[in-house]
Design a protein. Structure first.
Ligand code: DC
Length: 225
């Protein structure tokens, strides 16, 4: 069977990383979570006072970009994120990071740096990569592309339950506001917005179980390898 690259794009909390991870594990491919890389830059910005209230000090961040070293380390084919030598895989999931990550990810220079790194990481085949611009910008030539969607309510519910499981103090309303804001920023930003490319396979998983979704995706995979 030929080895390919698989791009998985979609809205926040649509279940794209669940699909991407399970595809990677099933196929023995490596999984890259590009959202985690934008979250790492966001965590760095918070820790280094580059965000004040809701305002990102864009020029200062651009000037310090070269000091931000992000490494993707594969552990059982899933990715762990190292920021300047420290494993921050868990720290980047907080509401604080989620609240600022859209503003960080719309900065052209940040995107340029991370997209270059993502392309380098996946230059050999055998990767499942998820994000917002994978099929459109990072891997426009990926052999298989999915666009994952679910209803807004379902996405809020999933994210809220995920945070509750982690004991994060939040409310349904706060999660709703965060997801709606991120949807708008992701879709309408100037630099590589979230788009559904014409060559991607659209999956709405509102009423699909995780295993149904994986099975469906595998059917498409088998059609092309
Ligand atoms: O997938 P996620 O929710 O962890 O992504 C966090 C943010 O990063 C999301 O709001 C949009 C941004 N992002 C992006 O702009 N491009 C990507 N390829 C991945 C994520």
């Amino acid at each position: 069977m030929r080895i390919i690259n698989i791009a998985v794009d979609g809205y926040s909390s649509s279940g794209k990383s669940t699909l991407a991870k399970s595809l990677a594990l099933k196929l023995g491919y490596k999984y890259i979570d590009t959202g985690a890389m934008y979250r790492a830059v966001t965590l760095f910005s918070i820790q280094n006072n580059l965000i004040e209230n809701d305002y990102v000090k864009v020029n200062s961040l651009i000037n310090t970009l070269e000091n931000i070293n992000i490494e993707v380390y594969f552990k059982s084919n899933l990715s762990e994120i190292i920021l300047n030598g420290k494993n921050i895989t868990k720290d980047i999931r907080s509401m604080e990071v989620s609240n600022h990550v859209s503003n960080i990810s719309k900065i052209k220079e940040v995107r340029y740096k991370l997209v270059k790194q993502q392309q380098l990481l996946s230059k050999d085949k055998g990767f499942v990569i998820d994000g917002r611009d994978i099929g459109s910008v990072v891997l426009p030539d990926a052999e298989l592309k999915f666009f994952i969607d679910a209803s807004l309510n379902e996405r809020i519910r999933r994210r809220f339950n995920e945070l509750k499981r982690k004991d994060e103090k939040t409310t349904f309303i706060k999660v709703e506001q965060n997801i709606k804001k991120r949807d708008i920023t992701d879709e309408y930003r100037e630099n590589s917005p979230l788009i559904r490319t014409t060559d991607s396979i659209y999956i709405d998983n509102t009423n699909l179980s995780k295993s149904d979704q994986l099975e469906l995706a595998l059917k498409f995979y088998k059609m092309i390898v």
